[in-house]
Ligand binder design. Structure first.
Ligand code: CMP
Length: 433
């Protein structure tokens, strides 16, 4: 089955439905076996959960209708579809509120158990999401396990109802303890069934206990193993890099920079080669990805602050990636300016005609804007100090974009003004000295 990718809002919605369904799945059987009278707080929660389920039902019905319309989904088998629909509709009815006002509490509590079926659908949904945050996965396993223990404890209470010699809390804890020890196959034997119904029920729990335990332990160890595998891979890569750098006697400073870069990538769980990750996607999709990768890069650059998403997308479409090595002259003084550069990664020096270093530019700065804006020749040499990742924007695209987005023009003009005043200040201080 094709897994579904959710955005943050959709995921938060599922988490909300998960917690609502889990609450009902834990509370409904409890109220059912203890026949507790409905408290005001239960009415409020019942109303809220009903509203959430109604909203969810409407959302899914609309989604299914749209999918059928656009041909993404075929009509489901009618009988199954309508059965699940009936369960979903029943789950929306606020049975606590109804029984509070209409009486017949027993009947309505039995109907409330219907809501428990909803939790199965939520788990099915979570299984079909591409990326589930680790913490949510762990809590869904733990809650699921506790839910099952609670159901078994309630089953036990149903078979052996509470006597008058104890209270609800003590009896529930005792039943929960029995359920947990039986399910985990520990079975101390201090609480035992004393009739055939109880014994058959216990046999059934022992059988499902083996599978259940296996599923929970299997899931958790798979998660831990995958986290560990990632750590191990990162450690291996860093060790290889260290050995490589030692072999070639790479200077200490460069070694630290390389290790820091790797650690940063691994901490974010990114690949050191973004291209590899998207290489198998269709060309058009790759192009789109590249645009968004560039948007992410330039949106953090001060000169693009305040630019709309459309503006950033427009610029990204026109940016072309280029590289330079240490010592390369990227811009030569006196040349005609044909492009502007965005320094994505690396260091370049701005050298004046007299050989003086005017400035050093780092990640996220631009250069080569002056000649394009003023329509003059280049005012300084730009020389790479390190390996640099650059993006260039041709004069034609530059002119089109700054014409279309005045805020960008303003930002670039401000940068140019600041740089010109730096230059004149440095010139005048030289003159004085
Ligand atoms: P341009 O004149 O097109 O080419 C050389 C570039 O060096 C210039 O645009 C600016 O981008 C950059 N530059 C010039 N002076 C400074 C400065 N004082 N600080 C930073 N960058 C500068």
């Amino acid at each position: 089955m094709i897994k579904k990718h959710l955005n943050t809002k959709e995921f938060l919605w599922i988490a909300l439905i998960f917690w609502s369904a889990s609450f009902t799945a834990i509370e409904a059987p409890f109220s059912f076996v203890f026949k507790t009278s409905i408290q005001p707080w239960q009415l409020v929660i019942d109303g809220i959960i009903s509203l959430l389920f109604i909203a969810d039902l409407i959302y899914h019905l609309r989604e299914t209708r749209n999918k059928i319309k656009t041909g993404q989904q075929k009509h489901k088998k009618k009988s199954f579809f309508s059965l699940m629909l009936i369960v979903d509709i029943l789950a929306c009815i606020p049975f606590d509120l109804l029984s509070y006002y209409l009486g017949h509490q027993d009947l309505f509590i039995a109907f409330r158990l219907m809501r428990m079926i909803r939790i199965i659908k939520v788990y099915e949904l979570i299984e079909n999401i591409t990326i589930v945050p680790g913490l949510f996965k762990i809590q869904s396993i733990v809650v699921g396990f506790l839910m099952v223990v609670n159901w078994i404890a309630c089953g036990w209470i149903y078979i052996y109802p509470m006597g008058s010699d104890t209270d609800v809390t003590t009896y529930y804890i005792r039943s929960f303890y029995w359920a947990l020890t039986t399910l985990t196959t520990i079975g101390y034997g201090d609480i035992t069934p004393h009739d055939n119904t109880g014994r058959i029920f216990t046999c059934f729990i022992m059988i499902i206990g083996v599978g259940m335990y296996g599923i929970v332990i299997g899931n958790i160890s798979r998660m831990l193993a995958s986290a560990d595998r990632h750590k191990e891979q990162s450690r291996e890569r860093i060790n290889d890099l260290l050995m490589f750098m030692k072999h070639y006697r790479i200077p200490e400073k460069l070694q630290t920079a390389a290790i820091n870069h790797y650690s940063h990538l691994f901490s974010k769980r990114l690949s050191d080669d973004d291209e590899k990750i998207i290489a198998d996607l269709p060309h058009a999709l790759q192009q789109e990805m590249h645009i968004y990768m560039k948007i992410k890069l330039i949106s953090n650059i001060p000169v693009f602050f305040g630019c709309s998403h459309d503006c950033l997308k427009d610029i990204s479409t026109h940016l072309e990636q280029v590289y330079s090595s240490p010592g390369d002259m990227i811009i030569k003084i006196g040349d005609i300016g044909e492009e502007m550069f965005v320094l994505s990664h690396g260091i370049v020096d701005v050298i004046m005609e007299n050989g003086e270093r005017m400035a050093t530019l780092h990640d996220g700065q631009i250069f080569g804007e002056f000649a394009l804006l003023q329509e003059t020749t280049r005012t300084a040499n730009i020389i790479s100090q390190t390996y640099c990742d650059l993006y260039k924007l041709t004069q034609k695209s530059f002119n089109e974009i700054i014409k279309k987005y005045p805020i960008l023009r303003q930002n670039i003009e401000n940068t140019t003004q600041r740089r010109s005043s730096d230059k004149s200040q440095s010139g005048s201080s030289k003159g004085k000295s």
